[in-house]
Design a protein around this ligand. Structure first.
Ligand code: FES
Length: 181
């Protein structure tokens, strides 16, 4: 009788141990499975997401203006860091250049100086022409640009991927021509 009680207690404890191990195993596996399946589950649309920068009348021909968009692949707790600035240049009616705000050298935010029609970087003196081409200083290339399109009266950019060398970054061919109205 004693043997029987001991046997059933041992069996019971073994089942409890297997159950607890199983629960711990499931919790440990969640991040690994998430990591492995993440690329499959990620919505492709978030990377190809077109986000509005504003209505076309906010960007007059011949001017370069600061605009902001909300990072479409951000998370709720990004706060202010989810708002990303960029420079919008309206070259001609319906023709734009949308520049990443970050310098192509080490990423400091560049500023636009309308008087000299130059973008200047405060960190190491990088300078860019109004079309984003490199003018002088340490940057080896021009400003990165976003793909854009016009939808109705809205200027949209492909905001899911920040323009960098590893994505679709492009450099505008130097125009150095005045804007046409
Ligand atoms: S980060 Fe702009 S020149 Fe270095």
């Amino acid at each position: 009788m004693n043997d029987l009680i001991q046997h059933s207690r041992r069996t019971f404890l073994m089942k409890i141990a297997i159950l607890l191990n199983g629960i711990v195993g499931v919790f440990l596996a969640i991040p690994i499975i998430g990591y492995l399946l993440g690329p499959l589950l990620k919505k492709d649309s978030s990377y190809n997401y077109w986000t509005p920068l504003g209505s076309l009348d906010q960007f007059p021909v011949g001017e370069t203006r600061l605009a902001n968009y909300h990072n479409p692949v951000g998370v709720a707790w990004d706060g202010q860091t989810g708002t990303i600035p960029c420079w919008v240049r309206c070259v001609a009616t319906g023709k734009f250049q949308v520049f990443a705000i970050n310098c192509a050298h080490l990423g400091c935010p560049v500023r636009w100086f309308p008087q000299s029609k130059l973008f200047m970087c405060p960190c190491h003196g990088g300078v860019y022409y109004q079309d984003g081409a490199r003018a002088s200083g340490p940057p080896l290339r021009g400003l990165f640009q976003y793909s854009y399109k016009i939808a109705g009266d809205q200027l949209m950019i492909k905001a899911g991927e920040l323009p960098t060398l590893s994505t679709q970054a492009s450099v505008a061919k130097p125009e150095h021509s005045p804007c046409q109205g």
